[in-house]
Design a protein around this ligand. Structure first.
Ligand SMILES: [Mn+2]
Length: 332
């Protein structure tokens, strides 16, 4: 039903803006760019908008729309007589970005296609499938409902989101439908090897140099079920790297056989931050993060401790690790 209404609306307009969330990831980029290409192919004028910059390592997802002569822009095209906004992979208005949100005219009809549990149904038409692995997984159904052809280059974009959000088909929400859509995208010509290589085998040397430090400083306890490591401000400076290079590295600690809780602490100018990853759904990472005022999910959470914090006097990496271990002792 919703898909019929979405189809009617899309076919009745010409100028469409497609928006994804701040801190763009492969699913947001894949679903917006894939849909944009499909709509361009039926003659629509399409703008793909993200408030935040597209990370360098995900630029490959933009190849398809660039070939069509458009690029991602970071502002709302106010003067272009926009008739429809389609939000992809966007769970709430707060994830649009403040500048963009200010510029969006509330009177413009909107559609949201998303898979987040927390989706706030903020659009006129909301197509939200909460057990879908990725928005790109839902997009396959949307393309069919809209009679849009999935070209090889669109299949590339959608496969990127599907592969990324499923952790390359490893995460627990990966379903028969996830594999079905992957098969269909492969049939449509997705270059699965190329996309997987771009997503999973392009770690920068700086990242690996940081990993070297992290592995070198691993400290195991609680019968090797817990591991912690850290990166100091000095390390970042010496390696000319930033906290962005740490992305995903805590998982390397979690993935060690026997480990069920892994913590990575790092230092910045004004604060310390740590990420916790778990492997056992019965042992939540949340007590650790929330006791420092942080939060997240059962198997992945984080917290930040400001250096001028009043409830933690003169924090140091050592003190933070000590306090984390006190909590781990109670839950592991
Ligand atoms: Mn997603």
């Amino acid at each position: 039903m919703t898909l019929n209404l979405i189809k009617e609306k899309i076919y009745s307009v010409n100028n469409i803006v497609i928006i994804g969330h701040i801190a763009p990831d492969a699913d947001a980029l894949g679903s917006t760019c894939g849909l944009a290409e499909g709509l361009i192919n039926i003659g629509k004028k399409v703008y793909v908008v993200f408030e935040d910059k597209v990370p360098d390592n995900l630029e490959f997802i933009l190849r398809g729309i660039r070939k069509k002569g458009i690029d991602v822009i970071n502002y709302f095209p106010k003067d272009k007589n926009i008739e429809l906004i389609i939000y992809c992979d966007l769970s709430s208005k707060s994830r649009i970005g403040n500048n963009l949100l200010n510029d969006i005219n509330e009177d413009i009809f909107s559609i949201c296609i998303d898979h987040h549990e927390s989706n706030e149904q903020f659009s006129n038409l909301n197509y939200v499938i909460k057990n879908a692995m990725a928005t790109c997984e839902i997009m396959y159904e949307v393309f069919n409902a809209l009679n849009l052809k999935i070209t090889p280059s669109i299949a590339d974009s959608l496969f990127a989101g599907l592969s990324a959000d499923s952790g390359s088909f490893r995460y627990s929400q990966t379903s028969p439908n996830t594999f079905f859509v992957a098969m269909k995208l492969s049939e449509c010509g997705a270059r699965t090897y190329d996309i997987s290589t771009n997503l999973w085998s392009m770690k920068s040397r700086k990242k690996i140099e940081l990993l070297k430090i992290i592995l070198d400083r691993m400290e195991f306890s609680f019968n090797d079920k817990f591991v912690v490591s850290y990166v100091t401000l000095d390390d970042f400076k010496k390696l000319d790297s930033t906290k962005e290079h740490l992305e995903g590295l805590v998982s390397e600690l979690r993935d060690i056989q026997g480990v069920i809780l892994a913590v990575l602490v790092y230092e910045q100018e004004d604060y310390f931050k740590f990420s916790v990853r778990g492997k056992d759904e019965n042992i939540s990472t949340l007590p650790i993060s929330t006791s420092f005022g942080g939060g997240g999910h059962i198997l992945a959470s984080a917290a930040r401790i400001n250096k001028d914090s009043t409830d933690f006097k003169e924090p140091t990496i050592e003190k933070i690790i000590g306090r984390i271990k006190d909590i781990v002792a109670k839950i592991i």
